[in-house]
Design a protein around this ligand. Structure first.
Ligand code: MG
Length: 423
């Protein structure tokens, strides 16, 4: 676990939305001669615009670069113009003939300060923003992450030509370790730049960016995707996408019927010579929290609230204070870790409300940054994160300035569509 304070990183994740493919598979039959697939309308809105809606819903994405075929740049700019601000689109750039060339060209539009870049297909409009965030968080942690989903169908090798008698089903392929790759795929921007350059130099061609990392021997973390995150490639996919949009209003996309609430509480003594950290923000103070980690009681309460909602134990069992690895640990990073574990456990955090009890300094001027830090760590949209302050009016150890306390409440939803594979 790194010691770097997440809150000091700034908003440095950008997204690249790739929509430069020709879409030959779509422009057949009844759709021949029609618009290319990113520009096809899905329930009255271009697929690309729906994809940008989904990416812009991710609170960790600062800006978006859209890459389209050179002949589509002007049209795309026009399409996006009325909503450019809301969608945080920084640039529309011309892509190349191949995907990796397109990504390389799009990266040129990114400032050097961008730390993580998430590359997403322009024709995946249903990516849940939580998954987008999880990929960015994973890439921040490990350098590279790919959203993927275990293969559900039994896989068969098929031999022979499609003729009068048809191809023949052969051996069943073991699918126990097979996952289907989706997007986003998120990377440390400097690594992706370097590997793309090398691939161009070596004449290597890949169909997705993760392969570049794989070829270079760099680990890519798998982030569990979602069955709805389909890539609209064929007319059949478009029909499926229309069904997803139609059913969204009927509750297919959101299930709120299995909600769980958790609470957390923490108290640390305040002593000279220690840092005072509240929700990842270091405050100016003569005293700071005593404890094994950075003694961020607010983050600890949030962690216990999330774990409590999922009945997944508590902070003490996950991060024992006997473990030297957690000495002076950044608690907001622990909160990020716990949020990831909660999601891996099949729960989706929905809101977090933290009350900080501290005599001084006044927290008001720092609350916005605290909410932002918690939002980043938990991949919750900022309006789902609340931080409130109480001075305790001079009463008790907190009011007298001898201690710092916090309590938190979390709401999570049990995800029922995380299907288990039925063998
Ligand atoms: Mg604590």
């Amino acid at each position: 676990m790194g010691r770097r304070n997440l809150t000091e990183q700034g908003a440095t994740a950008w997204a690249v939305v790739v929509a430069a493919g020709e879409g030959r598979r779509m422009r057949t039959g009844a759709l021949a001669g029609g618009p290319k697939k990113p520009f096809l309308e899905l329930a009255g809105r271009a697929i690309l615009m729906r994809t940008l809606d989904a990416v812009a819903a991710c609170p960790l994405v600062e800006r978006i670069v859209v890459a389209v075929a050179p002949e589509d740049v002007a049209m795309t700019k026009e399409l996006i113009a009325p909503e450019r601000e809301r969608l945080r689109v920084a640039a529309v750039v011309a892509g190349g003939p191949r995907r990796q060339e397109t990504v390389r060209l799009a990266l040129e539009a990114l400032p050097d300060t961008v730390e993580v870049v998430a590359v997403h297909d322009g024709v995946r409009p249903f990516v849940p923003h939580e998954i987008f965030s999880a990929a960015i968080v994973a890439a921040r942690r490990t350098g590279a992450a790919c959203v993927a989903l275990p293969v559900k169908d039994t896989l068969k090798r098929v031999a022979g030509e499609c003729g009068a008698s048809g191809p023949v089903i052969g051996k069943t392929v073991d699918r126990s370790d097979l996952w289907g790759a989706q997007t986003p795929q998120a990377f440390r921007a400097s690594d992706l730049r370097r590997l793309l350059k090398k691939a161009t130099r070596d004449g290597v061609e890949v169909t997705d960016d993760t392969q570049l990392f794989d070829r270079a021997g760099l680990a890519v973390e798998a982030v569990r995707g979602d069955a709805r995150n389909i890539k609209i490639t064929t007319p059949e996919d478009l029909a499926m996408a229309e069904a997803i949009v139609a059913n969204a209003a009927g509750g297919m996309l959101e299930r709120h019927d299995d909600m769980r609430v958790g609470t957390g509480l923490d108290l640390h003594p305040l002593v000279p010579g220690r840092r005072l950290v509240v929700c990842g923000i270091e405050l100016e103070s003569d005293v700071g929290g005593a404890g094994h980690s950075d003694a961020d009681a607010a983050a600890h309460a949030a962690i216990d609230a999330l774990l409590g909602a999922c009945a997944m134990g508590d902070i003490g069992t996950l991060f024992p204070d006997t473990d030297p690895a957690h000495k002076d640990a950044c608690s907001v990073e622990m909160l990020a870790d716990v949020s990831a574990r909660v999601r891996e456990g099949g729960f989706e955090p929905r809101s977090l409300d933290i009350t900080v009890m501290l005599a001084k300094p006044k927290l008001g001027p720092h609350v916005a940054r605290m909410r932002e830090a918690v939002s980043r760590a938990t991949c919750l949209e900022i309006e789902r994160v609340s931080v409130k302050a109480k001075s305790m009016n001079g009463l008790g150890p907190v009011g007298e300035g001898a201690a710092y306390a916090a309590q938190a409440a979390a709401l999570v939803v049990k995800s029922r569509d995380r299907e288990t594979r039925d063998d």
